[in-house]
Design a protein around this ligand. Structure first.
Ligand code: OFO
Length: 172
Protein backbone atom coordinates (compact mmCIF):
# COMPACT_ATOMS: atom_id res chain seq x y z
CA UNK A 1 0.00 0.00 0.00
CA UNK A 2 1.58 3.28 -1.14
CA UNK A 3 1.42 6.39 1.03
CA UNK A 4 -1.47 8.78 0.46
CA UNK A 5 -0.54 12.39 -0.23
CA UNK A 6 -2.01 13.38 3.14
CA UNK A 7 0.12 10.88 5.08
CA UNK A 8 3.22 11.70 3.05
CA UNK A 9 2.84 15.41 3.86
CA UNK A 10 2.23 14.68 7.54
CA UNK A 11 5.28 12.39 7.76
CA UNK A 12 7.46 14.94 5.98
CA UNK A 13 6.27 17.56 8.46
CA UNK A 14 7.21 15.28 11.34
CA UNK A 15 10.65 14.49 9.88
CA UNK A 16 11.19 18.24 10.08
CA UNK A 17 9.98 18.38 13.71
CA UNK A 18 12.48 15.71 14.72
CA UNK A 19 15.32 17.58 12.99
CA UNK A 20 14.13 20.71 14.79
CA UNK A 21 14.33 18.81 18.10
CA UNK A 22 17.84 17.62 17.25
CA UNK A 23 18.93 21.20 16.53
CA UNK A 24 17.33 22.53 19.72
CA UNK A 25 19.11 19.95 21.86
CA UNK A 26 22.41 20.68 20.16
CA UNK A 27 21.91 24.36 21.07
CA UNK A 28 21.17 23.33 24.67
CA UNK A 29 24.36 21.26 24.63
CA UNK A 30 26.31 24.32 23.49
CA UNK A 31 24.80 26.35 26.35
CA UNK A 32 25.82 23.71 28.91
CA UNK A 33 29.35 23.72 27.46
CA UNK A 34 29.43 27.50 27.88
CA UNK A 35 28.64 27.26 31.61
CA UNK A 36 31.16 24.46 32.23
CA UNK A 37 28.78 21.55 32.77
CA UNK A 38 30.33 18.97 30.40
CA UNK A 39 28.16 16.10 31.65
CA UNK A 40 24.91 17.97 30.90
CA UNK A 41 26.41 19.03 27.55
CA UNK A 42 27.21 15.42 26.70
CA UNK A 43 23.72 14.25 27.72
CA UNK A 44 22.09 16.88 25.48
CA UNK A 45 24.40 16.04 22.60
CA UNK A 46 23.37 12.38 22.85
CA UNK A 47 19.73 13.53 23.00
CA UNK A 48 20.32 15.53 19.82
CA UNK A 49 21.72 12.38 18.15
CA UNK A 50 18.65 10.42 19.26
CA UNK A 51 16.35 12.98 17.64
CA UNK A 52 18.40 12.81 14.45
CA UNK A 53 17.88 9.04 14.56
CA UNK A 54 14.12 9.55 14.87
CA UNK A 55 14.15 11.80 11.77
CA UNK A 56 16.12 9.22 9.83
CA UNK A 57 13.81 6.43 10.94
CA UNK A 58 10.86 8.27 9.39
CA UNK A 59 13.00 9.24 6.38
CA UNK A 60 13.60 5.51 5.75
CA UNK A 61 9.96 4.66 6.39
CA UNK A 62 8.72 7.14 3.77
CA UNK A 63 11.20 5.72 1.25
CA UNK A 64 10.26 2.13 2.13
CA UNK A 65 6.63 2.99 1.37
CA UNK A 66 7.58 4.37 -2.05
CA UNK A 67 6.87 7.90 -0.84
CA UNK A 68 8.94 11.03 -1.47
CA UNK A 69 10.93 12.69 1.30
CA UNK A 70 10.75 16.48 0.98
CA UNK A 71 13.04 18.17 3.50
CA UNK A 72 11.95 21.52 4.88
CA UNK A 73 13.87 24.40 6.50
CA UNK A 74 15.00 24.13 10.12
CA UNK A 75 14.62 27.35 12.09
CA UNK A 76 17.15 28.82 14.51
CA UNK A 77 16.82 27.24 17.95
CA UNK A 78 16.82 29.12 21.25
CA UNK A 79 20.40 30.21 21.95
CA UNK A 80 20.39 31.53 25.51
CA UNK A 81 18.97 30.15 28.74
CA UNK A 82 18.83 31.46 32.31
CA UNK A 83 19.94 28.34 34.18
CA UNK A 84 20.53 24.57 33.91
CA UNK A 85 17.00 24.09 35.28
CA UNK A 86 15.41 26.35 32.66
CA UNK A 87 17.01 24.29 29.88
CA UNK A 88 15.52 21.06 31.20
CA UNK A 89 12.12 22.69 31.76
CA UNK A 90 12.14 23.83 28.12
CA UNK A 91 13.20 20.36 27.05
CA UNK A 92 10.30 18.80 28.98
CA UNK A 93 7.84 21.30 27.45
CA UNK A 94 9.24 20.54 24.02
CA UNK A 95 8.83 16.78 24.51
CA UNK A 96 5.21 17.27 25.58
CA UNK A 97 4.56 19.22 22.36
CA UNK A 98 6.22 16.51 20.27
CA UNK A 99 4.05 13.87 21.97
CA UNK A 100 0.94 15.82 20.95
CA UNK A 101 2.19 16.12 17.36
CA UNK A 102 2.79 12.36 17.20
CA UNK A 103 -0.71 11.72 18.54
CA UNK A 104 -2.18 14.00 15.82
CA UNK A 105 -0.06 12.20 13.23
CA UNK A 106 -1.40 8.87 14.46
CA UNK A 107 -4.96 10.21 14.16
CA UNK A 108 -4.27 11.14 10.52
CA UNK A 109 -3.01 7.58 9.90
CA UNK A 110 -6.25 6.23 11.42
CA UNK A 111 -8.41 8.52 9.28
CA UNK A 112 -6.48 7.47 6.17
CA UNK A 113 -6.78 3.79 7.16
CA UNK A 114 -3.00 3.51 6.80
CA UNK A 115 -2.25 0.52 9.04
CA UNK A 116 1.54 0.28 8.44
CA UNK A 117 1.95 3.92 9.52
CA UNK A 118 -0.18 3.30 12.61
CA UNK A 119 2.01 0.34 13.61
CA UNK A 120 5.21 2.26 12.87
CA UNK A 121 4.11 5.23 14.99
CA UNK A 122 3.40 3.05 18.02
CA UNK A 123 7.14 2.90 18.76
CA UNK A 124 7.24 6.73 18.72
CA UNK A 125 4.25 6.97 21.07
CA UNK A 126 5.96 4.68 23.59
CA UNK A 127 9.28 6.47 23.19
CA UNK A 128 7.66 9.80 24.07
CA UNK A 129 6.39 8.39 27.38
CA UNK A 130 10.00 7.50 28.23
CA UNK A 131 11.38 10.85 27.06
CA UNK A 132 8.87 12.86 29.07
CA UNK A 133 9.62 10.75 32.17
CA UNK A 134 13.41 11.18 31.86
CA UNK A 135 13.18 14.96 31.28
CA UNK A 136 10.74 15.32 34.16
CA UNK A 137 13.06 13.38 36.51
CA UNK A 138 15.99 15.67 35.70
CA UNK A 139 13.80 18.75 36.22
CA UNK A 140 12.77 17.50 39.66
CA UNK A 141 16.36 16.63 40.59
CA UNK A 142 17.53 20.12 39.58
CA UNK A 143 14.78 21.67 41.70
CA UNK A 144 15.95 19.61 44.70
CA UNK A 145 19.56 20.63 44.06
CA UNK A 146 18.71 24.34 44.00
CA UNK A 147 21.91 26.29 44.47
CA UNK A 148 23.98 23.42 45.93
CA UNK A 149 27.04 23.37 43.66
CA UNK A 150 28.41 20.04 44.90
CA UNK A 151 25.12 18.24 44.14
CA UNK A 152 25.00 19.86 40.69
CA UNK A 153 28.49 18.57 39.92
CA UNK A 154 27.48 15.06 41.03
CA UNK A 155 24.48 15.11 38.65
CA UNK A 156 26.76 16.48 35.92
CA UNK A 157 29.04 13.48 36.37
CA UNK A 158 26.08 11.08 36.27
CA UNK A 159 24.65 12.60 33.06
CA UNK A 160 28.10 12.53 31.49
CA UNK A 161 28.04 8.71 31.65
CA UNK A 162 25.16 8.42 29.14
CA UNK A 163 26.07 6.10 26.23
CA UNK A 164 26.38 7.67 22.78
CA UNK A 165 24.01 6.75 19.94
CA UNK A 166 25.33 5.36 16.63
CA UNK A 167 25.15 8.25 14.13
CA UNK A 168 22.75 6.85 11.52
CA UNK A 169 20.88 4.09 13.30
CA UNK A 170 18.08 2.52 11.34
CA UNK A 171 16.81 0.09 13.99
CA UNK A 172 15.80 2.14 17.02
FE1 OFO B 1 11.98 12.27 18.92
O1 OFO B 1 11.78 11.89 20.67
FE2 OFO B 1 11.88 13.46 21.65
O2 OFO B 1 11.17 14.66 20.58
Amino acid sequence: MALSGTIQDALNEHINQEFQSSYLYLSMSAYYESINLPGFAHWMRVQSQEEYGHSMNLFDFVNDRQGRVMLQPISQPTLEFQSPLEVMQQSLGHERQISQLIHRLYEVAVQEEDYPTQVHLQWFITEQVEEEKVASNIVEQLKMIGSKGDALLLLDRELGARSAVPADRRAL
